[in-house]
Each structure stands twice: as C-alpha cells, then as structure tokens.
Design a protein around this ligand. Structure first.
Ligand SMILES: *Cc1c(COP(=O)(O)O)cnc(C)c1O
Length: 385
C-alpha cells in the first residue's frame, strides 16, 4: 500500500535519540528547551511550550485564554476534530464556520457575516481557531482585524503548516494570533512520534501554558502564595495536567527540524509534479494563493461531477490498487458527537460539498516519481466511465 503520508527517520535522527537514551535525563532535561528554542528561531515567536501532542497544545491554549462553560469557540467546518474538541474540553459551546471553495480554509467573509449576526444576538465567540488546511496559510491578518473589531482571541491550528509562509513571513510568528499550535505526529511535516507545541508572543500566556502542562505546579517564588519559600518548596497554583514532551521526542524533533527547508521544498516539488501529471485528468487541482508558500502537508484533488464517478467508487478503486487515498476531512459538525449537540446537514454547504468530492492523494518526501505516475494512471482509470 502507498500510504497518504509516511514519516522519514534518518540515521542522524536515530543517533540523536540514542544520545538522549545514554544521557542522564529522559524527560525534563535540556533537550526540550533546545527544541523550543529552535522552533522560536524558525518562526520568530517569542515563546514556545512543547507538549505531548497538538491536541494537548490546543487544550492548554484554550485554558490559558480563559475559555469556559459560558463561552463559545468557533473553528472551520473542515478540520481534524481536535481543532473543535479543545473547546468542548473547556465546557464551551463549539460552533463552525464554512470554508472557502478554493483553498478549503475557513472563509473570512463567512466568519465576518456570522460575527455580525452573533453581535446582534449577543453570542460572540471567545476564541476562533483557524486551520492552515493542507499547509496553506489562512488569510490570518484579516482574521486578526476581525478579532480586534469583535473582541475574540485567536488560535492558529498550524498542525499542517510547519515551514509554511505568507507574504514571506513564517506561520507561527504570532503577529496575527494569540497562540499558534504545531503537531509532530508522524503524518505531519516533521515528527517526534507524538508531540506538539504552542507558540506565542505573550509572556503571561506562555507562563500559563507551561504551568498547565505540568500539573499547575510552580517553583518560582514570585508566583507562590507563601511569603518566604525555601529551596524544597513548590506550589500547585492552578489545576494542570501532565502534557509534557520527553527529551527523547525533542531530540528527534530537533534533528528533523534541521531538514525542514528541504522537506518543504520536496513536498512542493512533488505537488508540482502531480499538477503536471494530472493536467489531462478531469479533477480540480489544489489552488495556492500567490502570497502563500504552502507546506503541502496534503495534496487534495476535487472530483468533477461530470465524470459520473462518485468519490466512493474512485476511493474504492484506488484502495483496491494499493493506493491509500484518504479524505481530509469529513465535516466536523456532521460527526455523531456534534450532531448530538444540534448540528445537521445543510449548515455549512461549501464544506459539505467539498467533503463529497475531495480525495487526498499520497504525498510524503520519499514518494517516488514512478509511484506518482502509478497514482495518476490509476486515478485516470478509476474516473473513466
Ligand atoms: C493532526 C492534527 C491535530 C492533532 O495533532 P496531534 O499532535 O495528533 O494531537 C490537530 N489539528 C489538526 C488540523 C491536525 O491535522
């Protein structure tokens, strides 16, 4: 099977992990801060908190922003469920925004319209989570303008977009949001096995997320309630979790991060080759805006209704030929969990249409040209009526 995604681990990556295994500290050692520093250098963000996965980064981001049961969180209708679930963890009401028909990112126009309605009804969201779908940056400056106008906080779910840029500025700079979250799951741009990070330019938010990732415990005398803490004292000043990243994971991430520019270039090269090979096949190709540099986490095509082949028929045919096509993503509001909370088909029509005809083709750095030709040939055969 050619999977839709596959991680790459080099001999150098393995040595970096082995070095930590031979060192005195497997967790809470020096490598996690080093990995955090490298992510700050890459993005330009002032603070970075590495955690156990992006799901926990999203959760801690929501808690740090004060999201609670009286609040709402909005996110794109087309994303991985974790972008929405972080709101539910906090007891907040989760709602969705429809997508743009060409980039599959949250539609800023639709967001503005819904915010105007929500202001009239006095139910504005506290947090909006944008998602850089497939690695292509959202029109984040416009979202940030709306955040100032309507008074909400912004989390960028950049799980797909490590190494992506907009107007030449790296995703994660923190200029257009409160917190940016990356994922290092093996399907993503670089991996730490499991892993994630939250970046911000706000020192207090960074401090809170760091506190929450480790039980809500601090050893900083300035943050303690007692007047004169001794060298053995610590205090739990909030309710946190254990969402720490290990030094083993950070060592893998640090080693992988060195190759990031080459990985993103390679992904763009493979996407460009798919574009050429698919020129004569009746599918809609990914559209990347001129101001965006996509990390190309996913290569998504849209089936053309006139071919007469359904998404299901095409996906089944390709899977039967050993091609691990996938759908990113079924609309989150139509998941049973969210249907049970009042959502139904018809609420976000652009997202629902997308989910009915989108297919993710295999894309990962080690994908070979012959494999890409095989995928495209099999897709053309599957589409022939
Ligand atoms: C992968 C992914 C996540 C979750 O990442 P984990 O590190 O697996 O928790 C969240 N949001 C999006 C958009 C993702 O693709």
């Amino acid at each position: 099977m050619i999977p839709y995604a596959r991680h790459a681990v080099t001999a150098e990556d393995i040595s970096a992990v082995v070095e930590v295994l031979r060192s005195g500290l497997l967790t809470q050692g020096p490598v996690v801060p080093r990995f955090e520093g490298a992510l700050m250098e890459l993005t330009g963000a002032a603070h970075c908190v590495a955690v156990s996965n992006a799901t926990s980064a999203l959760h801690l981001a929501c808690v740090a922003l004060g999201l609670g049961p009286d609040d709402s969180l909005w996110t794109s209708a087309i994303t991985f469920v974790a972008s929405a679930n972080c709101g539910a963890y906090c007891g907040a009401r989760v709602d969705f925004v429809d997508i743009e028909p060409d980039t599959y990112n949250l539609s800023v126009e639709s967001l503005r319209a819904r915010l105007l309605d929500a202001r009239r009804l006095d139910c504005l969201p506290k947090v909006v989570v944008t998602v850089h779908m497939a690695g292509q940056p959202v029109e984040q400056e416009a979202v940030w303008d709306l955040a100032r106008e309507f008074g909400f906080r912004v989390i960028e779910d950049a799980s797909h977009a490590l190494g992506a840029a907009r107007h030449g500025e790296p995703v994660g700079s923190g200029r257009w949001s409160d917190i940016t979250v990356f994922s290092f799951h093996p399907a993503k741009i670089i991996t730490t096995g499991e892993g994630g990070a939250a970046l911000t330019n706000d020192e207090e938010l960074a401090w809170r997320m760091r506190l929450l990732r480790s039980h809500g415990i601090t050893r900083d005398p300035a943050r303690m309630r007692q007047a004169d803490p001794g060298p053995l004292d610590y205090e739990q000043v909030d309710l946190g979790w254990n969402n720490r990243m290990t030094d083993l994971q950070a060592a893998l991430g640090l080693s992988q991060l060195k190759r990031l520019p080459g990985i993103v270039d390679r992904r763009n090269e493979l996407a460009g080759r798919y574009n050429e090979l698919l020129a004569a096949v009746p599918v809609r190709l990914p559209a990347v805006r001129a101001v965006n540099h996509s990390a190309f986490h996913l290569y998504i095509v849209r089936l053309n209704a006139t071919t007469g082949r359904s998404q299901r028929e095409v996906a089944t045919a390709l899977r039967n030929r050993g091609i691990g096509v996938s759908l990113h993503y079924p609309p989150v509001h139509l998941q049973p969990y969210y249907r049970d909370r009042g959502f139904a088909p018809g609420s976000f029509p652009v997202a629902e249409q997308y989910a009915g005809d989108a297919i993710t083709l295999p894309l990962f750095p080690d994908l070979q040209e012959a494999e890409q030709r095989f995928v495209v040939d099999e897709l053309a055969i599957a589409l022939r009526v």
